[in-house]
Design a protein around this ligand. Structure first.
Ligand code: GLU
Length: 426
């Protein structure tokens, strides 16, 4: 067991995601001796914008949606972070996710600060036309916030290249020009980067292999369960199985499957493609409960769907010895302590899913350069960058005798603190 000072308690940090961020920040700050000045700056997001968006629905009625964008920090560069469309989007969630972006970008050694945005809506219940009008209304409302050198959005839960193309169009029209670097995760052909779609899953794969190496385990002797079969989980499952890992469980919001012999990920991918994007009805495994996937008998667990799925209760039942967090915030701070006591290695979200924003950065560089790289080039740069970030975090964990999560926070906090000191505060 490594030392992770219990300065936070379940009572204080249970309900708020932002409190969960502060809980980890406090622990890491104490261990690495972060100055109170830097800690205070980072405990408070720089800017929070909330807008109401009237949208003409297909039935001829106007519906008002709430839109959010929180810029947590611009210390290390323009703020970067995705836009989420979901019903649970709120101030607290966006604030927490924006802070994680600051730390994620710093861990990945990118010249960015952190931000996050979102719209409270259920995209599955909206038509394509309604989603386009909503996205464009949001972009216009945020047109002074976004900018290639100010704040650069990207896809997140419930959004994809399609929404980024609409966002680009609305931004270009309102700023009278062509500004591909205002957003990343765009479709290839509109300034998107090859390799961006698979990048987050690819980063999960690189982080998993790096962790297995530290554990002296060979991929071909390892089994895995992947929760989530969207942009992160599906690519992660595919890439893990391509590296020889037997993926025994996969699942999405509609169904979860177990197959002791390993699930044929290609069959699952083509099933999802032909089945309206969902796993329900897949026949490549026996159907199990979503929570059973988390506690199944595998070596590696990849939560790549929602936040707060690994609770104290689930943590006590987890059998995997390695957890690689593809999702943002899948583990509660209280569960962290249990996983630590059980000697389970957790590759934390701000490291493990940093592959997405790393290739976002490459996309932004290519947009500004006006010259586009091959997929091999993008992947090679990505893998090198992820491997370096992994080593830095691992070494911090060893040096400070703490978990990889706190090691990742230390890695980020030190870089941001240097930026705060060097820039000065007036
Ligand atoms: N939404 C992704 C994340 O949480 C990507 C952000 C980006 O590329 O800016 O990391």
């Amino acid at each position: 067991m490594t030392t992770e000072t219990k300065t936070t308690t379940a009572e204080t940090h249970q309900d708020s995601m932002f409190d969960a961020v502060l809980a980890r920040l406090d622990v890491a700050a104490k261990i690495c001796g972060l100055s109170d000045n830097a800690a205070n700056v980072l405990r408070n997001p720089q800017k929070q914008v909330k807008v109401s968006l009237p949208v003409m629905m297909d039935n001829g009625k106007i519906q008002i949606f709430e839109g959010f964008r929180t810029i947590h920090s611009t210390i290390l560069g323009p703020s970067k972070g995705g836009i989420r469309y979901a019903m649970d989007v709120c101030d607290d969630e966006v604030k927490a996710l924006s802070a994680w972006m600051t730390f994620k970008c710093a861990v990945a050694n990118l010249p960015y600060g952190g931000a996050k945005g979102g719209i409270k809506c259920d995209p599955r219940k909206m038509s394509v036309g309604e989603l386009e009008r909503l996205t464009k209304a949001y972009t216009i409302a945020m047109s002074d916030v976004f900018g290639p050198d100010k704040d650069i959005p990207a896809p997140d839960m419930g959004t994809s290249g399609r929404e980024m193309a609409w966002l680009l169009d609305a931004f270009n029209k309102s700023h009278r020009g062509d500004f591909p670097a205002v957003t990343t995760g765009k479709p290839v052909g509109l300034g998107g980067s090859l390799g961006r779609d698979a990048a987050t899953g690819r980063g999960v794969m690189v982080a998993t292999l790096a962790a297995l190496k530290k554990m002296n385990k060979k991929p071909e002797n390892v089994t895995a369960a992947v929760q989530g079969f969207g942009n992160v989980g599906s690519h992660a499952a595919r890439l893990l199985s391509e590296k020889g890992i037997k993926v025994c469980a996969i699942g999405d919001h509609t169904a979860t499957f177990w197959n002791e012999k390993g699930i044929d990920i290609y069959a699952a991918l083509s099933y999802v493609k032909n089945n309206g994007g969902i796993l329900k009805g897949f026949t490549g495994g026996t159907e199990i409960k979503n929570t059973e996937l988390l506690t199944s008998k595998v070596d590696v667990l990849v939560p790549a769907a929602l936040q707060n799925v690994i609770t104290e209760e689930i943590a006590t039942q987890i059998k995997a010895t390695l957890i690689v967090e593809g999702a943002n915030g899948p583990t509660t701070p209280e569960a962290d302590h249990i996983l630590n006591e059980k000697n389970i290695i957790v590759v934390p979200d701000i490291l493990a899913n940093g592959g997405g924003v790393t290739v976002s950065y490459f996309e932004w560089v290519q947009n500004r350069y006006g010259y586009y790289w091959s997929e091999e080039e993008v992947n090679a740069k990505h893998d090198a960058s992820m491997s370096l970030a992994f080593e830095q975090v691992w070494n911090n964990g060893q040096q400070y005798k703490t978990t990889m999560r706190i090691g990742a926070y230390i890695s980020a906090l030190k870089k941001v603190e240097l930026g705060i000191i060097a820039k000065g505060v007036y």
